[in-house]
Write a protein that binds this ligand. Sequence first.
Ligand SMILES: C[S@@+](CC[C@H](N)C(=O)[O-])C[C@H]1O[C@@H](n2cnc3c(N)ncnc32)[C@H](O)[C@@H]1O
Length: 194
Amino acid sequence: MPAEQVILIIVLVFVILTTGYSVFTGISPVPSSPTSYAKIEEILLDEGVTRVVDLGAGWGCLLMPLAAAMPEVQFLGYELSPFPLVFARLRGALFRRRNVRIERQDLRKTSFQGADAVICYLYSELLEKLRPNLERDLKPGTIVVSNVFDIPGWRPEAVHRLDCSQCPQVYVYRVPDRTAAAAAAGVGMGGLTA
Ligand SMILES: C[S@@+](CC[C@H](N)C(=O)[O-])C[C@H]1O[C@@H](n2cnc3c(N)ncnc32)[C@H](O)[C@@H]1O
């Protein structure tokens, strides 16, 4: 088969597969901007985190620079779309980012246990669906940094406005204490209290 045909087939598979996954997940693998990346790095450095999970690692544009800036921190990225996943893994291998792991997982079926910080660049509808899992798996007080989109149902601890049209804000949340919230609302483990 001529080389041009091979290249054309690879490009077509790339476009079809990546577009298909963008439709399936509801978001394309658009990377975080350098401005939002810098803000997220600043927030994580202030926090003194040790195990960070990136929900939807994409091409690794957020994960890899953070891993380079914080070599003592362990980073775990989840990504479903095959081309971004392979690219991000190759990037990690090429630059010997030993503190980064990227797993092929659907966020909607993943446990986030063990993370002491979560970062993401998703969209509000998906974040709302993921919120119960975050509350289930993460310790109360765990920091969740959401690039661009808010998490419906949670009150942000801070909203950092950025001079960036692509990523105009970064939201900072803390996982709420569900037990305390339920007690305050008069709901016990066995259902409604008297
Ligand atoms: C906007 S990109 C952000 C990429 C990277 N975190 C960054 O900030 O540069 C969102 C990524 O989340 C991935 N994603 C969306 N829904 C997902 C799901 N349910 N499971 C795994 N990955 C998902 C998409 O494939 C996409 O690559």
